[in-house]
Design a protein around this ligand. Structure first.
Ligand SMILES: Nc1nc2c(ncn2[C@@H]2O[C@H](COP(=O)(O)OP(=O)(O)O)[C@@H](O)[C@H]2O)c(=O)[nH]1
Ligand SMILES: [Mg+2]
Ligand SMILES: [Zn+2]
Length: 304
């Protein structure tokens, strides 16, 4: 068959065994990779990659990926390229809110250079006191410039705002198992069936059912990925002296401690410890920063 000269720009939305699905402004095409590109590119092509494809057959919607554009960012686990943002779904109850998971997520997103949003789902389960407790946590993160959003699947609360937030972007929904990722996606994509988890057991945890990574298109410019429960459980390795730069409220007062190599552990004249004592910095934030810091020291020493 003759190859046409038509080239289209598109986004890889799914990786299959022997081909990729590429979404363009016109159609989705089933694409292989151009041989010379395969040899030239040491790295693979991933879901989220921005590519040019040459149309092989406009009727059967087949093409060949002829060019891969440089990535803006890359999330390794699960592999996703060019994310505009990651939305970390949480809830206060069922499962219980885990601020350490939030802080590890925020650190990772920052280290990967991906915008982070914190969503609090299942607000229908909360009484007034619990809602106030949640708002207090949310306000802390808002004050250090993170975007937060409240949602609940029953009653469709916050769903329009969530969709708005995703418009014209590539987003990944992530979060611990059972927080409601699949349920929220079902509301956004009513025609697609998502398997939802039953939260079970004493720890209120379910098991994740998402195994295949795929970008779902809300429209030609809006893509959303569901990610398995393990996404963001591991933090990436960075030099230990850069860990603080991923904690905005610590980064913000860098240079104000007595010692310029202060790691904000127990040094005298530490401004961060002072701000924790006066209630301006949350104790759990310093604790999670230090935990990641020590982890990075340990990782570096393991390589020596
Ligand atoms: N009450 C309440 N239950 C929810 C909400 N969202 C999800 N669920 C329930 O929580 C459980 C886990 O949801 P699922 O979407 O599978 O979570 P995932 O593991 O993050 O994909 C299911 O039983 C859902 O019906 C919500 O906003 N409110
Ligand atoms: Mg799920
Ligand atoms: Zn300090």
């Amino acid at each position: 068959m003759d190859e046409s000269n038509l080239t289209l720009r598109g986004t890889v939305v799914e990786e299959q065994k022997n081909y990729y699905i590429v979404s363009t402004q016109q159609n989705d095409f089933r694409c292989t990779i151009k041989g010379t590109l395969l040899k030239k590119q040491k790295h693979r092509i991933f879901t989220g990659d921005s590519v040019n494809i040459r149309i092989i057959n406009d009727d059967t919607l087949e093409g060949v990926i002829s060019e891969v554009f440089p990535r803006k960012n890359f999330l390794p686990r699960p592999p996703l390229a060019n994310l505009s943002q990651v939305i970390f779904i949480n809830c206060l109850k069922h499962p219980r809110l885990d601020v350490e998971a939030i802080d590890r997520f925020l650190f990772s997103a920052s280290a990967y250079d991906i915008e982070a949003v914190i969503a609090f789902n299942k607000i229908d389960l909360l009484d007034e006191d619990e809602l106030r407790e949640l708002e207090e946590v949310a306000r802390y993160y808002e004050n250090i410039n993170y975007k937060t959003i409240y949602t609940s699947v029953p009653g469709n609360r916050g769903i329009a705002e969530l969709i708005d937030l995703c418009e014209n972007k590539t987003s990944a929904f992530t979060g611990l198992s059972g927080v409601g990722k699949s349920s929220l996606l079902s509301l956004i994509f009513p025609d697609i069936e998502f398997r939802t988890n039953i939260v079970s057991g004493a720890h209120g945890r379910g098991t994740h059912t998402t195994t295949h990574i795929q970008l779902l298109s809300l429209n030609k410019n809006t893509f959303i990925a569901d990610t398995p429960g393990f996404a963001f459980v591991d933090v990436p390795t960075v030099p230990e002296d850069t860990v603080a730069s991923h904690f905005p409220e610590i980064e913000n007062i860098v240079g104000q401690c007595r010692f310029n190599n202060c790691i904000h552990d127990s040094e005298p004249g530490c401004k961060i410890i002072e701000l924790v004592e006066s209630g301006e910095i949350a104790p759990w934030r310093l604790e999670h920063y230090l935990k990641i810091y020590q982890d990075m020291v340990k990782r570096r020493k393991a390589y020596l």
